[in-house]
Design a protein around this ligand. Structure first.
Ligand code: CAA
Length: 256
């Protein structure tokens, strides 16, 4: 497939997807979701890619779902538009490798929802977050009603969705929506540093930790702790885990 919207770069075990539709501030349309699904088809079986980074071109990360595409829709089409987006973001969330949103600018509506489907969010000081759908007389459709409260708590989710307020990166950091805020020119450098850290030492345990955390959150505490214990136990059959502990005891760096 020849991509029109996504720019893809793979280097040093890190895949970077740049959403590039700057004339519409990278608004998400059906073609974007088709391209992202195609990219995920290619990415899912790959073992050489250890981290995925998603960012936007220009002054926007993503300014929302494409309002021009949505405007003429009827209720069936609106439902299909929502579920297609939701299913795609679920696939992103369920990738085995960590996914970082490098939020360079506006992350509004569907853009904030895309960022929330990533494992964590590193934001430029210039980034702006919000769920402005109320200004359009609608509710969010790519799972902000669910992910926002899980990430920031019920009060913050209700506040952001009901007021449609746009907040700064620092406010998003205070709410727990964002994990780190950087100077704009340092955003990608900071993100790559984190990506390389996760792709490096002990990286075989990273997908396991991600799965246990993500699956555990929808289980009760006892079931989730059992899942952790099962996965913890399995590691003792792995040479990488043995080597990690052996190296510590022998006061040397592990050879992975
Ligand atoms: N959909 C389609 N086009 C969009 C867009 C969107 N979400 N956001 C911006 N654009 C387009 C504008 O229409 C404009 O196009 P033209 O040059 O052809 O007129 C271009 O991008 C530049 O936008 P602005 O001139 O508005 O740029 P600005 O710097 O003055 O304002 C902004 C930036 C505050 C982000 C403003 O563009 C804005 O408010 N955008 C809409 C944000 C929004 O409401 N997002 C939620 C969408 S609904 C949704 O996402 C539902 C869901 O959950 C599934």
């Amino acid at each position: 497939m020849e991509y029109q919207i996504l720019k893809i770069q793979i280097a040093d075990c890190i895949a970077t997807v740049t959403i590039s539709r700057p004339a519409a501030l990278n608004a998400l349309n059906t073609n974007f979701f088709k391209e992202l699904n195609h990219f995920l088809d290619d990415l899912e079986p790959r073992e050489d890619v250890k981290v995925l980074v998603i960012t936007g071109e220009g002054k926007s990360f993503v300014a929302g779902a494409d309002i021009a595409e949505m405007a003429p829709m009827n209720s069936d089409e609106g439902y299909a538009f929502s579920t297609f987006g939701q299913r795609t973001f679920d696939r992103l969330e369920q990738l085995p490798m960590p996914v970082i949103a490098a939020v360079n600018g506006y992350a509004l509506g569907g853009g904030c929802e895309l960022a929330m489907a990533c494992d964590f969010r590193i934001a430029s000081k210039l980034a702006k977050f919000g769920q402005p759908e109320m200004n359009l007389g609608m509710i969010p459709g790519y799972a902000a009603t669910q992910r926002l409260s899980r990430l920031t708590g019920l009060g913050n989710a209700l506040y952001l969705i009901l007021t449609a307020e746009t907040i700064t990166a620092d406010d998003a950091l205070r709410m727990g929506l964002v994990q780190k805020v950087t100077e704009p020119e340092l955003l990608m450098e900071e993100v790559m540093k984190l990506a390389l850290k996760m792709a490096g030492n002990g990286s075989q345990a990273v997908p396991v930790a991600k799965r246990v955390i993500r699956e555990g959150i929808s289980m009760n505490f006892g079931e989730a702790s059992e899942l952790e214990a099962v996965e913890f136990g399995k590691q003792f059959d792995r040479t990488a885990t043995k080597e990690g502990m052996k190296a510590f005891l022998e006061k040397r760096k592990p050879v992975w």
